[in-house]
Design a protein around this ligand. Structure first.
Ligand SMILES: [Zn+2]
Length: 136
């Protein structure tokens, strides 16, 4: 029996059930800005899946604890994590004005690396930034 090779899904990795082009890609490409903590959180998850490392760096709050001055080293680490990780799902658990609690389902080297995080976001001007994270 001949099996047709399935096309890679063009749905957005953030599981919005929109296509990537109509969802997080517009943020990654700079065509639009994520206009809420949830939109930014989702687009950052998608950025990990798609290897949009510059986007991850550029949406981190420079005044927060996660900002790193050695951009090259930071880029390398994010890039490695993005390549090594099998991203299996995202579930938004709770959203408030500056926080998003979510569960990310991940696998690294065949091991479950899933976690629940509450991300804090800050707003500067019209733009949202990822500030810090707490894990459960
Ligand atoms: Zn998306």
């Amino acid at each position: 029996m001949k099996m047709k090779k399935k096309k890679r899904s063009n749905l957005c990795p953030c599981q919005s059930s929109l296509t990537y082009a109509k969802c997080c890609k517009q943020f990654h490409s700079g065509k639009a800005e994520a206009d809420s903590p949830e939109a930014l959180m989702r687009s950052r998850y998608s950025a990990y899946v798609k290897g949009e490392i510059d986007y991850l760096i550029n949406t981190t709050d420079m005044n927060g604890p996660l900002w790193r001055n050695d951009r090259d080293e930071w880029f390398e680490e994010l890039s490695l994590f993005s390549r090594e990780t099998h991203f299996q799902g995202l579930e938004i658990l709770d959203v408030s004005s500056h926080y998003v609690r979510f569960e990310a389902t991940l696998e690294i080297d065949g091991n479950d690396a899933s976690f629940i995080e509450t991300s804090r976001f800050t707003e500067e001007g019209e733009k949202w930034f990822y500030h810090s994270a707490e894990f459960e």
